[in-house]
Design a protein. Sequence first.
Length: 155
Amino acid sequence: MDQTTPAGQSGAAREGHEELLEAQRQGRQLKETIAALRSRLEEAEAGHASAVQAALAVGADEIRILRTTIATLRDELQSLQTAKEDAVQQAVAAGHDEAHQLHLTIQTLRDQLERELYEQRDGLARQQKSSLDEMKQLHDTIAALRAKLENNHGS
């Protein structure tokens, strides 16, 4: 038995219509929820992409800074190596110069020693000659005095 409503609809039709309206309302709510979730997902993805870009930028800056530091340290190390090599070359040159000066000093002292030895030998030879001359003269004088004495005693 159909009961008709004042608008002319039955209770079952009204219930169906209300269910349809409720389903449409839930559909709209679901679409709104999906849209909100999609928007939040897109924002999260954009935030994630932004964070990735920021991290990449920070990483690129760190790499640039590290490369600059490496280049600076490499230059400084090269400068230190060059300075060390220069110092070694100067020390070697100074060593060679000092050795040369010592050789010259040794040669000068050797020459001086030989000259003094020659002068000493020459002086000794002159003294010996003078002594021999004096002894010869004394022998000659002795011989002359002996001859004179013998002449005086023998005559």
